[in-house]
Design a protein around this ligand. Structure first.
Ligand SMILES: Nc1ncnc2c1ncn2[C@@H]1O[C@H](COP(=O)(O)OP(=O)(O)OP(=O)(O)O)[C@@H](O)[C@H]1O
Length: 460
């Protein structure tokens, strides 16, 4: 009973396979052939008990039975398609007792090939995931914060330590000190790194729109609302991190709503009644003195303590001047990569000015000053004349402009004329040189001098 059942099961399985199966005994007499073999080879079931050589021209079964070796060849099926015929010996207790022919159609082969390709792709994905994991090594994220300043080093150490936990963080510091950059680094080092990182600048959004931006709205919540409704930033940040920039500018009533999200982990959309559960980590930032705002009742004390579980204070640039050389190098490298130009040299006098300046706009201001300088500097050289007047103030006149103001004006004029000519000719250098009345080699020299060689121009 049991044996019969198993036999029937094996038979059923063989019949339902998309691969043709034919079994012969030790002299080549067909014992069994499944439906797929009958269809593919065009051999009826009546072939059973006949010798395989009598019903199938392409078979090499005699050779298999003689040598005990597997043979494979491509044949054409009954409907003219290519198929693989694989014939194998069957052994029992070490003795050859028969053979099996497998007929695999193109269709099945292509599925197998797809499976193979899929597994290759999976391997490739794995490979890239590993490479990504390497790229995401924690320290890389904090690279912009490499610092020689003890206070800054403390902050970075603390940031790295708390990044992995889920605590809310308050980043304080003057404008342009890198609060946004630090929040991004923390998110990418946290266990939420593969989840959304949603930023919102509370000061940039009008108070009446802030609630729907943060919490979304239901369809028809107000006249101009989309009929389908819209998720807010908190919903979008589910399982990830939300960065509330300029939190000090958040109106008091909105502060109460943020507090509720932190305490109860839920909120309602504008015009909605159904509470929505969220799991978000909050990183807030401000350049205002929140403690003072709390004292003046402009910021909720309870929210302040909820956000300020860990405070990371980024010192202003003037208090860590020792970082300026490193920042100049990294920012110039970034800018030159963007503009596709070689890194310029900095004149010692210009460098001194960069070191002495007070940087009220901090790293952002330094970035702007350097970007302006490489655009003004006609060659691979940044001199005092390429820095804004604010930085040059107080410098003795003689030292101020070693290259000469006239030379700078001439260079700038020449550079502009070359750009105009290239624009007018759609980037055609031969025609541009003609227009300017100089040789092609001369033009190339000047293009190199002004860092214009790799720029693309389209006709005006
Ligand atoms: N350590 C650093 N290394 C390189 N670039 C930096 C560094 N810190 C800040 N920057 C750059 O300075 C600019 C300002 O940084 P960021 O926007 O993070 O400052 P912020 O404190 O958030 O400013 P704000 O308060 O005005 O929003 C950015 O372009 C950033 O890339």
């Amino acid at each position: 009973m049991e044996d019969n059942f198993l036999e029937n099961l094996v038979f059923l399985a063989a019949e339902s396979l998309p691969i043709g199966i034919l079994v012969v005994d030790e002299v080549g007499k067909i014992i069994y052939l499944n439906k797929a073999f009958q269809n593919l080879a065009g051999i009826p079931n009546e072939a059973v008990k006949k010798n395989i050589n009598d019903v199938m021209e392409e078979t090499l079964m005699s050779q298999v039975l003689k040598t005990g070796e597997i043979v494979t060849k491509i044949i054409f099926t009954a409907n003219g398609q290519e198929a693989v015929l694989e014939e194998r010996p069957l052994f029992h207790n070490g003795k050859l007792v028969g053979g099996i022919s497998l007929l695999i159609s193109q269709e099945v082969r292509s599925i197998q090939m797809l499976k193979h390709k899929l597994s290759l792709l999976e391997q490739e994905i794995e490979h890239y995931q590993e490479r990504l994991a390497v790229r995401n090594i924690p320290d890389k994220h904090f690279q912009p914060f490499i610092s020689n300043n003890p206070k800054m080093q403390e902050v970075v150490k603390l940031a790295e330590r708390v990044a992995a936990s889920d605590v809310n963080i308050l980043i304080t510091g003057e404008t342009g000190t890198g609060k946004d950059l630090l929040s991004t680094a923390i998110h990418h080092k946290s266990k939420r790194a593969n989840r959304p990182f949603i930023k919102i600048n509370c000061a940039a959004i009008p108070a009446n729109l802030l609630e729907s931006e943060l919490f979304g709205y239901e369809g028809g919540a107000f006249t101009s609302a989309r009929s389908t409704g819209k998720p807010g930033k908190f919903e979008l940040a589910h399982k990830g991190t939300i960065f509330l920039d300029e939190i000090g500018d958040m109106p008091l009533e909105m502060q109460a709503k943020i507090l509720r999200v932190i305490q109860e982990r839920e909120f309602e959309r504008v015009g909605g009644t159904k509470p929505i559960k969220v799991d978000v980590r909050i990183i807030a930032a401000t350049n205002r003195d929140l403690k003072d705002m709390v004292d003046k009742k402009l910021f909720r004390e309870d929210l302040y303590f909820r956000l300020n579980v860990v405070e990371l204070h980024l010192p202003p640039l003037r208090e860590r001047r020792e970082d300026i050389p490193y920042l100049i190098r990294t920012i110039l490298a970034k800018l030159c990569h963007r503009y596709e130009i070689p890194a310029p040299e900095i004149d010692p006098a210009a460098f001194q000015m960069l070191m002495n300046y007070d940087w009220p706009g901090n790293v952002r201001e330094l970035e702007n000053v350097l970007e302006r300088a490489i655009n003004l500097a006609p060659s691979r050289y940044i001199g005092p004349e390429h820095l804004p007047p604010a930085l040059r103030d107080g410098m003795p006149v003689g030292e101020m402009d070693p290259k000469g103001l006239l030379g700078m004006m001439v260079d700038n004029f020449e550079k502009q004329k070359i750009i105009d000519a290239l624009k007018a000719t759609g980037g055609n250098k031969v025609r541009a040189a003609k227009m300017l009345g100089i040789s092609r080699t001369g033009l190339y020299k000047k293009l190199r001098k002004y860092g214009l060689l790799t720029k693309v121009y389209t006709k005006k």
